[in-house]
Design a protein around this ligand. Structure first.
Ligand SMILES: [Zn+2]
Length: 349
């Protein structure tokens, strides 16, 4: 087995947080082999205006100026068509929608989409991307829970695509066969991100293991197989969005009778070697560059010419153990795969 060259890997869904946590995790984008980060807006308070997004971008650039940050706004009732036009002018790429209360910092999330149609109309006009956290909130009256929240969301995806056929939409972090099929059935303006960890985990891995707990939760083996299949197939509308989401060690490891552990899995610092390792494990190593770079870049109109592509070289290794924890300024984060072996590493010059 010889080296693999990947041109300018791009992570189309990542949480870089703020303050000390941002200082710790932002450099890990580059450490993990990536030169582009599509940055999520669920801070406290959420990024709802162009000026907030630009200030956040400046904060990230002051931490690591070598990564390209594509910024997003948080969909909320405060967002107006005028703000969309302003955001587009300022180079902001997308708007992220969170259903109310389903994940970290989503208390301000949406309850129904119709009220946002004027915003979507404006986004469609200026060609901004709508990023969907595709789950509906749990509700005992309708038997909605974390295992069927994603399939039950898919009717919203179809109605949004029908109402706004040229609006580019990304269904984020798909975890089910139903989601893969729904995206495939849509037209060329609808794409889908898949995380690294959902290519490995199933229900059994997070039940009782808080470090594998994330939203959406990993589903059944057949769902995982559907994610693997669509990558093996090299489908150009399915690409990597790591949803790498760091939480302090204590909030990941500890639940109390009144508070569950934090949802989120942290993959940034090992992302490219992990992707090579996982894709190799299910016979898709030849699709690595498409999945982690070309397909997403094409959908987001972020393609690079061969001259300015930044090649990252991976080489196979017998075994390379993943760090058990990353620390800085009293912040500690445990990565996915902590202490386990990866069989690929980045060649560093
Ligand atoms: Zn996310």
């Amino acid at each position: 087995m010889s080296e693999i060259i990947v041109a300018s890997p791009a992570d189309f869904h990542v949480h870089l947080r703020q303050g000390n946590m941002a200082k710790l995790v932002t450099p890990h984008v580059r450490l993990g082999g990536f030169s582009l980060a599509y940055v999520m807006p669920n801070l406290k308070p959420p990024i709802t205006t162009t000026s907030q997004a630009l200030a956040y971008k400046a904060e990230l650039e002051s931490i690591d100026p070598t990564v390209e940050y594509l910024m997003t706004l948080y969909l909320s009732p405060d967002l107006t068509p005028d703000e969309i036009f302003k955001a587009k002018e300022a180079g902001i790429v997308g708007v992220k929608s969170y259903p109310r209360g389903v994940t970290t910092n989503s208390d301000g999330g949406i309850e129904s989409y119709e009220m946002y149609y004027p915003v979507f109309e404006a986004m469609q006009r200026v060609d901004m991307v709508l990023n969907l956290h595709g789950e509906i909130p749990s509700d005992t009256k309708t038997n909605t829970h974390i295992l069927n929240a994603e399939p039950k969301f898919l009717t919203h995806l179809h109605s949004l695509h029908k109402a706004f056929p040229t609006l580019r939409i990304v269904l984020e972090h798909a975890t089910t066969r139903a989601a893969v099929e729904a995206v495939k059935a849509c037209g060329s303006t609808v794409a889908c991100t898949i995380t690294a960890h959902h290519l490995e985990l199933t229900v059994d891995d997070w039940a009782g293991q808080s470090f594998n707990f994330c939203k959406p939760v990993a589903k059944f083996p057949d769902d995982r197989e559907a994610l693997r299949e669509v990558i093996r197939e090299g489908h150009p509308r399915f690409f990597l969005g790591s949803d790498s989401a760091p939480h302090p060690v204590t909030s990941k490891s500890t639940s109390t009778p009144t508070q569950g552990c934090a949802a989120g899995i942290y993959t940034s610092p090992i992302l490219l070697p992990l992707m090579a390792h996982l894709l190799e494990s299910f016979g898709a190593l030849d699709k690595l560059e498409g999945f982690v770079s070309n397909f997403g870049r094409r959908f987001y109109h972020q393609e690079l010419s061969t001259e300015n592509a930044e090649n990252v070289i991976l080489r196979p290794v017998g075994a390379c153990n993943v760090e058990k924890e990353y620390h800085a300024e009293e912040q500690g984060v445990v990565p996915f795969w902590a202490g386990k072996e990866l069989h690929w590493e980045i060649v560093r010059s």
